[in-house]
Design a protein around this ligand. Sequence first.
Ligand code: TXA
Ligand code: MG
Length: 328
Amino acid sequence: MKTLLLNPATDPEALPRAAELLRSGELVAFPTETVYGLGGCVFNAEAIARIFAVKGRPADNPLIVHIAAPEQAAQVAAELPPTYWLLAEHFFPGPLTVVLRRHPAVPPIVSGGLDTVALRMPRHPIALELIRLTGEPLAAPSANRSGRPSPTCAAHVLEDLDGAIAAVVDGGACEIGLESTVVNLLSSPPVILRPGAITAEQLARVLGEPVTYWQGEELAATPSPGMKYRHYAPNARVLLVFSWEELQRVLSTEPLTSSIVLAPEAAPFPLKLPLRPLRAETLYAEFRAADRAGIRSIVVVCTPEVQRNAALMDRLRKAAAARPEEQP
Ligand code: TXA
Ligand code: MG
């Protein structure tokens, strides 16, 4: 299959074309404010099955459904509790996904067989227009092959899925660069299953009740199957240090060859290794670039500013937890 690259900035037919492909059961990748999604019509079980197939995604890892207006949630969720409306009012459109009861019209395959459904209203104008033109919600996981970092530009999508999907809508680089916050509204108090740009504090303020982070030890009890899978880590070993002093100590004891340093600021001492910027927006692009360049170690300087960013720390810790036997 030839994958079309559609650009709404230069081609007025790009989005109508993409919507037509989706309506005919094809898969189309599109930009959101977080990462690129791989979209399929939510009520088309065959299209959804193909999303799992082209990503190489385990069948029990559920997808996120994307809507273009808060009211559209009624098409995919069985009930919309008051907490839903509160959060929608404050955070939609935006990087927040809520888990609710699944509507019987949504094929179970979308939710990996669960009776719940995760949904969000993205803030990207291209995503919103595409959902509107298609006329129904779009199920869309991140548009990477399973085990690769989420794509934050159209070229990343092609790197993983060229030839396997009908089209990619090019919307340039994603503004946020890390996946949305996922919060389970069926538990009391609500629990964050995946940290993202919307924080627990922001949710708690709006809901007027505490919001906690899901703890890894409760794995067996959690309804978020995606969390049990190995998350993406680059081929390089990822090493976290928590201060510049610690970096200096590591560099004086370990001879690091073909390595890079990721840090949010300039080093306070001369550095022999290349320094790359550490920012949420570009983290996955840096990981992909390191893989292409055959980098062996990535040392990440987690300054206090970085440590305060729960979403960024979550992705960094997952990358650093890579198992040695999986390294080249
Ligand atoms: O920012 C995002 O959320 C991006 C863009 C494309 O919207 N999407 C994304 O999708 O990251 P994906 O499939 O890569 O991650 C979905 C996450 C997984 O951790 C999955 O387990 C969880 O959401 N999830 C989906 N449905 C769920 C459900 N019914 N219950 C609990 N967790 C669910
Ligand atoms: Mg993903």
